[in-house]
Write a protein that binds this ligand. Structure first.
Ligand SMILES: Cc1cc2nc3c(=O)[nH]c(=O)nc-3n(C[C@H](O)[C@H](O)[C@H](O)COP(=O)(O)O)c2cc1C
Length: 198
């Protein structure tokens, strides 16, 4: 990757994604994660939890019992979409995921999840299951209070990190005088960049 323009765009991607990790109101803090369900695309919003451009991955957290994990265990391919209407920049990432469950990475991360969020992994029902009647899918004893460390162990059993290892980034910046679009692909240590028609 030699051209100065590509290097600037690459740095912009790094800056925006890194800002989103620190700022919960950043437009890239949540993104759409697409998986393949048999032959159908399947999309949902998730929260950005970690990012490394050098190592080419970003993470989100989820519940082991959710349909997306079953889909990803059958087909590891993902696509992810980020858009900032303020910056008018869309990023699309493609690649394959790794699912981390009960390993040293999940242990360290779980210790940093705030107690109220830990409740999200403690639901008595599998996420996305049909319900006979309304239920918030939080255990009754923690609906109005944070779980103790002991109680939240139940959540840790369901807690997974979806690590999205990307091999392609599609960058699009909208501008009246002409949009900018380019693609970055990764091969071993090399980052290749090329222009794409916007
Ligand atoms: C703003 C927002 C953030 C969300 N963040 C996550 C998340 O980080 N992880 C997650 O598993 N679900 C998250 N969800 C819920 C998912 O969008 C989805 O409804 C749920 O995970 C079930 O998806 P599935 O049936 O495709 O597995 C979020 C939803 C919203 C609206």
């Amino acid at each position: 990757m030699k051209k100065k323009e590509f290097q600037e765009i690459y740095k912009k991607i790094d800056d925006l994604m890194s800002e989103a990790l620190k700022d919960s109101s950043h437009p890239y803090r949540t993104f759409s994660l697409a998986t393949v369900d048999e032959k159908m695309p399947s999309l949902r919003t998730v929260v950005l939890r970690d990012f490394s451009l050098n190592k080419q991955y970003f993470d989100c957290h989820s519940d082991l019992r959710s349909p997306k994990i079953k889909e990803l265990n059958k087909n590891r391919k993902f696509s992810a979409l980020f858009y900032s209407s303020e910056k008018k920049i869309q990023l699309r990432f493609n690649g394959t995921v790794e699912i981390f469950h009960q390993n040293s990475i999940t242990k360290e991360r779980w210790d940093k999840v705030n107690p109220s969020s830990k409740r999200c992994y403690m639901g008595p029902f599998n996420p996305s299951d049909s319900l006979e009647e309304y239920h918030p899918n939080i255990p009754d004893n923690v609906q109005f209070k944070n779980p103790s460390d002991k109680d939240s162990e139940l959540g840790y059993n369901n807690f997974v990190i979806i690590r999205c290892n990307f091999n392609e980034i599609d960058f699009l910046r909208l501008k009246y005088s002409g949009h900018t679009r380019c693609k970055f692909t990764f091969e071993k240590e090399d980052v290749n960049a090329s222009w794409v028609a916007p």
